[in-house]
Ligand binder design. Structure first.
Ligand code: TDO
Length: 187
């Protein structure tokens, strides 16, 4: 696997190394030792998939507050997505900055999202499946969210939003809960 750290410290793009032969190719997509060697949390508490019927579907921006912050290792196993993560670590030099990474069935790219990041994605093709490993158990009691079109975040979604959950349409703007976020995300 090829680990490339992004401008958000601790967040990595992880590409596969193909072993090709006449059948196709083989590649490793997770290795506890390689994760540890790059300082990534190697725990998989849950492994989830989400299936999306329509391009333009948007899921996010989600996170869990401490004491149950999640790492996420996200891939797109069918179709393609634009995945966006936002640094929510108050002590970070890149607090509230984001990156966007295209993950697709073609590039086999993975994105490792550290704890205390907001995460969301927009689906770029019909019938798209995502698959992601999470380092902490689902804990809806400490779930939080950012509004995908909050002007403070300035996230550039490539398509009009065709589908979104009521929950994701209704997250508060950052201006309304920034102090609480800083307090709860602080270490
Ligand atoms: C995330 C999750 C949801 N659920 C339930 C709650 C609900 O009934 C149904 C759908 O949940 P949601 O609407 O929250 O699903 P979704 O919007 O796909 O949530 C996901 O979005 C992306 C962006 C992430 O980052 C993930 O961590 C996760 O939060 O599944 C679980 O039972 N376990 C889980 O781990």
């Amino acid at each position: 696997m090829i680990f490339t750290e992004t401008k958000l410290k601790g967040a990595f793009i992880i590409d596969i190394e193909r072993r090709e032969d006449s059948r196709g190719f083989f590649a490793r997509v997770f290795c506890q030792r390689e994760f540890e060697a790059h300082g990534l949390k190697p725990i998989i508490a849950q492994s989830n998939i989400a299936f999306n019927l329509r391009k333009g579907t948007l899921r996010g921006m989600h996170f869990q507050y401490p004491p149950a912050p999640e790492t996420k290792f996200v891939r797109c196993t069918r179709g393609s997505i634009l995945d966006i993560i936002v640094d929510l670590r108050p002590e970070s030099d890149t607090f509230l900055q984001h990156i966007a990474v295209e993950l697709s069935e073609d590039n086999h790219r993975g994105l490792y999202v550290p704890e205390r990041f907001g995460h969301g994605y927009q689906v770029l093709r019909d019938n798209t499946e995502t698959s992601y490993q999470v380092g902490e158990f689902y804990a809806p009691g400490v779930e939080g969210g950012l509004l995908y079109n909050d002007p403070r975040l300035n996230l550039d979604w490539p398509l009009p939003v065709s589908e979104i959950s009521d929950k994701d349409r209704d997250w508060k703007k950052l201006d309304e809960f920034e102090n609480e976020l800083i307090q709860r995300m602080g270490i």
